[in-house]
Design a protein around this ligand. Structure first.
Ligand SMILES: CC(C)(COP(=O)(O)OP(=O)(O)OC[C@H]1O[C@@H](n2cnc3c(N)ncnc32)[C@H](O)[C@@H]1OP(=O)(O)O)[C@@H](O)C(=O)NCCC(=O)NCCS
Length: 334
């Protein structure tokens, strides 16, 4: 990681935060009517009780735009003051143009640079590393970073091992030059392509272009090796978190909030336990939103902020893992 400490460079902080989830709630009881599953199995194995589902005509950018408007307003900025827009997503509106460009259009901004970022469920942390370095370097002043997904559109609703896990939503932050104590203290990102087939959408790209055959084989839906992913997930969340703690020379006891990617309650609890982070500091909202991939961390931030649980000055540890495989962490003095 590029170490900017003590080099006289400016720091960055999160100046605005927003989130948005679709209105439609899909409960475990609803899923019982769709596949051979039960509320009890889903709660016990994942911690999920319900998730939000976008309507048929709602694309990822539609959710992202709502979250972005809120984040920009909370940063006391006008959309035109945003210099760069990064949208982390695995469910873009189209292959191209980017979802970030669609968001830019809706915001009425025509001066920013805009691009999408593909790092699956670690996308927000990857985006934060870019936004942080761009602001610290002085290249940009105000960066809109969004994690947004409509995973319901790529979920195989006949596959009980995956369809119970995912949900739709968007979270957004504005990253700006730090003025006071609040700042992004570190961001670490990692990947290992060896495990690329643990979690994937095999069809629809250049490897298996969309054909009648690929559709019949359901290749355009998410496929996952659940057990393998589970084991690697715990290890990578712990390793990424330790990298943040060691880099900042702090102990887990100094963390006020641990916000992990919201994939599975058992994964998060196992990681927190290994890190010695007490249960009351662990943020869980997957019971209400499921796994929203790149959106899960910014949605969790927005969710606890609106509940009054995210105080300025709090030491917040973010950690994520996802397809790729990718993983990473960020330490923030909120
Ligand atoms: C998917 C996951 C919840 C499955 O839990 P698990 O405890 O590993 O369960 P298994 O896959 O071993 O399956 C156990 C049994 O439950 C069954 N099962 C799977 N999904 C089920 C469902 N929705 N309802 C009921 N039974 C189900 C399996 O068919 C299997 O049955 P069998 O023993 O008769 O073969 C878990 O592996 C997981 O969370 N993995 C990580 C996933 C993840 O985080 N992905 C996102 C990364 S960003």
């Amino acid at each position: 990681m590029l170490d900017l400490e003590g080099q006289g460079v400016r720091k960055a902080f999160i100046s605005g935060l927003g989130g948005y989830v679709p209105e439609k709630v899909l409960t475990n009881y609803d899923l019982e009517k769709m596949v051979d599953t039960s509320d009890e199995w889903i709660r016990e194995r994942t911690g999920i009780a319900e998730r939000r589902i976008a309507s048929k005509d709602c694309a990822t950018s539609d959710l992202a735009i709502e979250a972005s408007r809120m984040a920009i307003e909370r940063a006391s900025l006008k959309p035109q003051q945003i210099d760069l827009i990064i949208c982390a997503t695995v469910t873009p509106d189209n292959f191209f143009p980017s979802t970030a460009c669609q968001i830019q259009k809706a915001l009425g901004n025509n001066t920013a640079a805009a691009f999408d970022l593909s790092a699956a469920c670690s996308g927000f942390i990857y985006g934060l590393s870019i936004a942080n370095l761009f602001v610290c370097s002085g290249a940009y002043d105000h960066i809109l970073l969004i994690g947004a997904e409509t995973l319901s559109k790529v979920t195989d609703w006949e596959d009980r091992s995956t369809c119970v896990l995912f949900g739709d939503g968007a979270g957004a932050v504005v990253v700006s030059p730090a003025k006071g104590e609040s700042s992004i203290l570190s961001v670490h990102i990692f990947s290992d392509g060896q495990f690329s087939d643990c979690l994937e959408i095999p069809g629809g790209g250049s490897r298996n272009p969309c054909t009648h055959d690929s559709i019949d084989k359901r290749l355009h839906y998410i496929r996952m090796k659940g057990n393998e992913t589970f084991k690697i997930a715990v290890k990578s969340l712990v390793n990424a978190s330790v990298a943040a703690l060691e880099h900042n020379k702090i102990s887990a006891g100094q963390i006020d909030l641990f916000i992990s990617h919201q994939a599975n309650d058992r994964i998060i609890q196992a990681a927190a336990q290994r890190l010695n982070v007490p249960a009351e500091k662990v943020v869980i909202n997957l019971d209400r939103f499921g796994n929203t991939s790149a959106a899960s961390i910014p949605i969790a931030l927005w969710d606890i902020e609106r509940q009054g649980k995210l105080a300025r000055g709090a030491m917040v540890l973010l950690a994520a893992f996802g397809g790729g495989l990718t993983w990473g962490s960020a330490l923030i003095r909120w």
